[in-house]
Design a protein around this ligand. Structure first.
Ligand SMILES: NC(=O)c1ccc[n+]([C@@H]2O[C@H](COP(=O)([O-])OP(=O)(O)OC[C@H]3O[C@@H](n4cnc5c(N)ncnc54)[C@H](OP(=O)(O)O)[C@@H]3O)[C@@H](O)[C@H]2O)c1
Length: 229
C-alpha cells in the first residue's frame, strides 16, 4: 500500500486529494501547521498519521521534525499548501513577500530535502501544486507569482537531479479553483465570488491522482488545468 505525505490537506485542493487517496485505502501522512490542526486532520481522516511544522517558518522545520518521527516509507510527497496575498509592487511589504516565498517555495524545498532519502528508496513521486501564476505574472500578483515561478524552478531542478534515482517530479498548474484561497483573491480584487464559475477542487484532484497513478514507463512533468466553462 502506498504512503503519501500531503501538505494542505485541510482545505480546498489538498483536502480533495486526501479524500481520494484515503477512500481507496492508501496510507496518509498529513502535514499540519500546528498540533491543533493535526488533531482535526487525524479526526477527519481516520488512520492517517500527522506531521507538524509551520511552513511559514522553514528555518524551524528541521527542529520540528527532529522531535517527531518522519515516516520510514514515502511513495509520494504532495506539496499542496499555499498562500496568496495580492498587491502592487509599490505596496507589498517585505513581510508579505517573505510569507509567500516561505510557504510556497522555501518550505516545499525544505520538506523535500528531509524526505528525499525515503523517496529515493521507494523510487517515489514528488508533486508540486503550482499555479498559472507560476508561468505568467500579471499586475498585482508579483510576490505570489515569484514564489510559484521559483517553485517551477525547484521542480525542474529536482527532476533533473533525481531522474537517475527513479524519483518522478510533476508540477500541476491549476487555473482559478473554487476554494477558500479563491474566495480571498476575489475579496482582494473587490469582486463578487461565485464558486460555480471556477474549477472544482475535485477536478484538480483527479488530475493529480492521474499523474500519481501513471505507470512507471511514463512521467507527467507539467500539467496545466484550466477552467472549462
Ligand atoms: N484556488 C486557486 O484558485 C488556485 C489556483 C492555482 C493554484 N492554487 C494552488 O493550489 C494549492 C492549494 O490551494 P487551495 O486553493 O486549495 O487553498 P486553500 O483552500 O486556502 O488551502 C491552503 C492550504 O494550505 C495550508 N497552509 C497555509 N499556510 C500554511 C502554513 N503556514 N503551514 C502549513 N500549512 C499551511 C492551509 O492550512 P490550514 O488548513 O491549516 O489553513 C490549507 O490547508 C496552493 O498551492 C495554491 O497556490 C490554487
Amino acid at each position: 500500500m502506498a504512503t503519501h505525505v500531503i501538505t494542505g490537506a485541510g482545505s480546498g485542493i489538498g483536502a480533495a486529494v486526501a479524500r481520494r487517496l484515503h477512500a481507496r485505502g492508501d496510507d496518509l501522512v498529513l502535514h499540519a501547521r500546528d498540533a491543533g490542526r493535526a488533531k482535526e486532520l487525524a479526526a477527519e481522516f481516520p488512520g492517517a498519521r500527522t506531521l507538524v511544522g509551520d511552513l511559514a517558518d522553514p528555518d524551524r522545520l528541521s527542529w520540528a521534525f527532529s522531535h517527531q518521527s518522519l515516516p520510514d516509507r514515502v511513495d509520494s510527497l504532495l506539496h499542496v499548501a499555499g498562500v496568496v496575498d495580492l498587491g502592487r509592487v509599490g505596496d507589498l511589504t517585505p513581510k508579505s513577500w517573505r510569507h509567500q516565498l516561505n510557504v510556497n517555495l522555501v518550505a516545499p524545498a525544505e520538506l523535500t530535502r528531509h524526505l528525499l532519502p525515503q523517496l529515493r528508496a521507494s523510487r517515489g513521486h514528488v508533486i508540486f501544486v503550482n499555479s498559472g501564476a507560476g508561468l505568467a505574472a500579471h499586475a498585482d500578483w508579483s510576490a505570489y507569482a515569484a514564489s510559484k515561478h521559483g517553485l517551477k524552478a525547484l521542480a525542474d531542478s529536482l527532476r533533473a537531479e533525481e531522474h537517475a534515482s527513479g524519483v518522478r517530479v510533476t508540477s500541476v498548474y491549476p487555473g482559478r479553483t473554487a476554494s477558500p484561497m479563491q474566495a480571498k483573491v476575489h475579496q482582494q480584487e473587490g469582486k463578487d465570488y461565485d464558486p460555480s464559475k471556477w474549477i472544482d477542487p475535485e477536478s484538480v484532484a483527479t488530475a493529480i491522482v492521474m499523474s500519481l497513478d501513471l505507470p512507471r514507463d511514463a512521467e507527467v512533468n507539467d500539467l496545466t488545468v484550466r477552467p472549462g466553462r
